[in-house]
Design a binder for this molecule. Structure first.
Ligand code: ADP
Ligand code: MG
Ligand code: ZN
Length: 622
């Protein structure tokens, strides 16, 4: 049966293989056993239920929390020629009736629904006359109060097992915690469910973490590397969003804001403009994102530190869903910790303690000097299978390790001890660089033997080193004033028993990550740009998001293969039969024109007739 799925994948989606865990997840659907599938954002969860639905008898129900998500997925499926539909509150009654009529004709393979709709009066009875293949619950962490997007309506999904006895339920989520997984099984009353947890790493994301300086120019530097590409900039507070919007608009960038303080309508308009690529840059708080399946977000910038690594993983994970390289750049400052503490001010003591713990974890991540991919994976209980990820600031050597880390660390630690562990990081840094600050002179600390020991360095670097030592557990911050204390591990540094890793800002230019190099391998960039423009035109005409017409990955493959015939066009990854028929001639013409005009070799890969893409599968227009 999995062989049939492979055929369907080629015919409808134009894919030649599975992403990690997809095959196992699909086999589980075929076998009819309940399952929970955990894969990161962009891991390809939708296909895990969409492809089996195509070959199993009956209709698959898909529960999804947001209309925008449903619309996006159903539009994408229709583009591929998959008979899918949705029923939601935004539709006119006639539209809904058409869907019902097609349901009864057995013409549909997938039906997307909100939980409210599925469990509403009469709906279950209505479905009772229709053969079901299985039920998929997308974004299943919404059932859990432990997750970050709890939806009370999702709780009622526990009724599904009684309403549809004998029908398997498959739950999909990107949330990694054990607690949430357990809750999903419990709330959905899954029976003997198979738990499938995929690799959590997103190798195509290039993480870079930098201290915040002049944030506007730091952000602009990133934006200028991504002209005409889509990206998200996250800020901590609404007012930061508004400020950055104003600053960037002043500089001539076209940006739109998104935060919970705005009216629903305005938010929807801005989100739509971003998805349809009428604007490339959105500046937002955490409120933005869950309804976004846009696959070609090429960068996510954090202008401030998120409040946990879970949040960071989620938000940065919105970049590069299409598997192509994408930049995730985090700018953090010492003040972010305090800002979050103030925002959390009102919480109950117990959850607050947990929240503060998470805040400390992400701060340590920021100040830390171990591979970012490795750090994030470790946080979620997995391990990276290589020593150098080739896709983070640490591994790419953007950050240089100090040759004499030990000596610098010893100077810092002895200074903290000389200050009797009574002062914070700022003050300690000032003493170390030999500042003539009034407080220091007033306290007579210019007479300490450690005064001015790091006078060759700027305060900011010294301050960073202190944070790096905190992150590595050599010193800790304590009390309301974050006074620095030396840990036992820190004391062993003084005896030279341990050597911390301290960074100095890099001087040599950063190397290009391998993921970026590979995904552009053989791609004619100018042709890619030309195809992007064509895609945009087609999408605008159909008022459809551009990435639904073709993903960036498909365009790059076109600009690499440069097909000259319909047969060759079908071999492009991401081109299925329906899209080939709908857009083939337009794209083939553009490729031919470009190659002729620029004397570029066309049809680089010969077209052996690819049987599998047309064999045995009928794609019908409907
Ligand atoms: P998730 O729901 O896990 O975040 P999606 O289902 O939205 O992920 O898929 C992310 C991207 O991966 C989409 O752009 C999709 O087209 C692509 N994709 C999924 N499966 C495959 C595959 N087998 N081969 C190539 N691309 C795939
Ligand atoms: Mg998804
Ligand atoms: Zn790394």
């Amino acid at each position: 049966m999995i062989g049939d799925i492979e055929k369907v994948l080629r015919a409808y989606w134009g894919y030649d293989g599975f992403l990690p865990l997809q095959k196992e997840a699909m086999e589980c659907v075929l076998s009819g056993r309940d399952s929970i599938v955990v894969l990161p954002t962009g891991g390809g969860k939708s296909l895990c239920f969409q492809a089996p639905a195509m070959i199993m008898p009956g209709l698959a129900l898909v529960v999804s929390p947001l209309i925008s998500l449903m619309k996006d997925q159903v539009d994408a499926l229709k583009e591929c020629g998959v008979p899918a539909a949705r029923i939601d509150s935004s539709q006119a009654p006639e539209e809904r009736n058409t869907v019902f009529a097609r349901l009864h004709d057995g013409a549909l393979k997938l039906l997307y629904l909100s939980p409210e709709r599925l469990l509403s009066d009469g709906f279950i009875e209505r479905l009772g006359q229709i053969e079901l293949s299985f039920i998929a619950v997308d974004e299943a962490h919404c059932v859990s109060m432990w997750g970050h997007d709890f939806r009370p309506e999702y709780r009622k999904l526990g009724l599904l097992k009684t309403a549809f006895p004998g029908i398997a339920i498959h739950a999909y989520t990107a949330t990694a915690t054990q607690q949430v997984r357990g809750d999903i099984a419990l709330q959905l009353r899954l029976e003997n469910a198979q738990l499938l947890v995929g690799p959590y790493d997103r190798p195509n994301l290039i993480y870079k973490v930098t201290r915040r300086g002049n944030i506007v120019s730091q952000v602009c530097a990133v934006l200028d590397q991504h002209q005409d590409e889509s990206g998200i900039i996250y800020c901590i507070r609404r007012k930061d969003v508004d400020q950055l919007c104003a600053d960037l608009t002043d500089k001539g960038y076209r940006v739109l804001p998104y935060h919970a303080g705005m009216e629903n309508r305005e938010r929807r308009i801005n989100q739509e403009a971003f998805i349809q690529e009428r604007v490339n840059i959105i500046i937002a708080t955490v409120a933005f994102g869950m309804g976004i399946d846009k696959s070609n977000v090429r960068y996510v910038i954090h202008a401030g530190m998120p409040k946990s690594l879970e949040h960071y993983q989620q938000e940065s994970g919105r970049a590069g869903r299409d598997g192509l390289e994408a930049d995730c750049i985090l700018f953090y400052g010492g003040g972010d910790y305090g800002t979050w503490q103030r925002i959390m001010g009102e919480m109950d003591p117990e959850p607050k303690e947990i929240a503060i713990g998470k805040l400390q974890d992400i701060f340590n991540f920021c100040a830390g000097v171990t591979c970012r991919h490795q750090s994030i994976l470790n946080y979620f209980g997995q391990d990276l299978d290589k020593a150098n990820c080739g896709a983070c600031d640490v591994c790419l050597g953007d950050l240089d390790l100090m040759e004499d880390s030990l000596v610098a660390a010893q100077k810092i630690i002895s200074c903290i001890l000389r200050l009797d562990e009574q002062f914070g990081a700022d003050y300690t840094a000032l003493v170390l660089i030999g500042s003539r600050d009034q407080r220091i002179l007033g306290n007579g600390h210019d007479a300490l033997s450690t005064y001015g020991l790091l006078s060759d360095y700027k305060k900011r670097i010294t301050r960073d080193w202190i944070e790096q030592l905190v992150a590595q557990g050599y010193i800790q911050k304590s009390g309301d004033f974050n006074v620095l204390e030396v840990t036992t591990k820190g004391r062993s540094v003084l005896q030279g028993l341990e050597t911390p890793r301290l960074l100095k800002p890099a001087k040599r230019p950063a190397r290009v990550s391998k993921v970026a190099k590979d995904s552009w391998d053989g791609v004619d960039k100018d042709l890619f740009e030309a195809l992007r423009k064509l895609r945009w035109k087609i999408a605008a005409r159909k008022s459809m998001p551009a990435y639904i017409v073709f993903g960036d990955a498909a365009l790059r493959d076109m600009a690499r293969r440069r097909p000259a015939s319909p047969e060759e066009f079908l071999q492009v990854s991401g081109v299925g039969q329906q899209k080939s028929r709908a857009y083939g001639s337009a794209f083939l013409a553009a490729i031919k024109e470009y190659c002729l005009a620029n004397s570029v070799e066309i049809a680089r890969f010969s077209a052996q007739q690819d049987e599998s893409k047309s064999y045995g599968i009928e794609v019908t227009d409907w």
